[in-house]
Design a protein around this ligand. Structure first.
Ligand SMILES: [Zn+2]
Length: 60
């Protein structure tokens, strides 16, 4: 999944796309290849599954 930021480059004002490499999000400019790390933007929220807190009991 790639997020585009049109004219989002601080250096040349070019178009920037945001992509992920391993667990690091980065924004890279198409025009000048200026690249910087960004905070996670489009990552779906992952909540740790706490096992055992809510157990459905088969017995009724
Ligand atoms: Zn640029």
């Amino acid at each position: 999944m790639v997020v585009w930021k049109l004219k989002g480059c601080p250096r040349c004002g070019g178009d920037v796309f945001i992509d992920r490499e391993f667990d690091v999000w980065y924004a890279q400019c198409l025009q000048c290849s200026h690249r910087r790390e960004v905070d996670a933007v489009a990552e779906p929220k992952k909540q740790p599954i706490t096992a055992g807190t809510e157990r459905s009991n088969p017995d009724r």
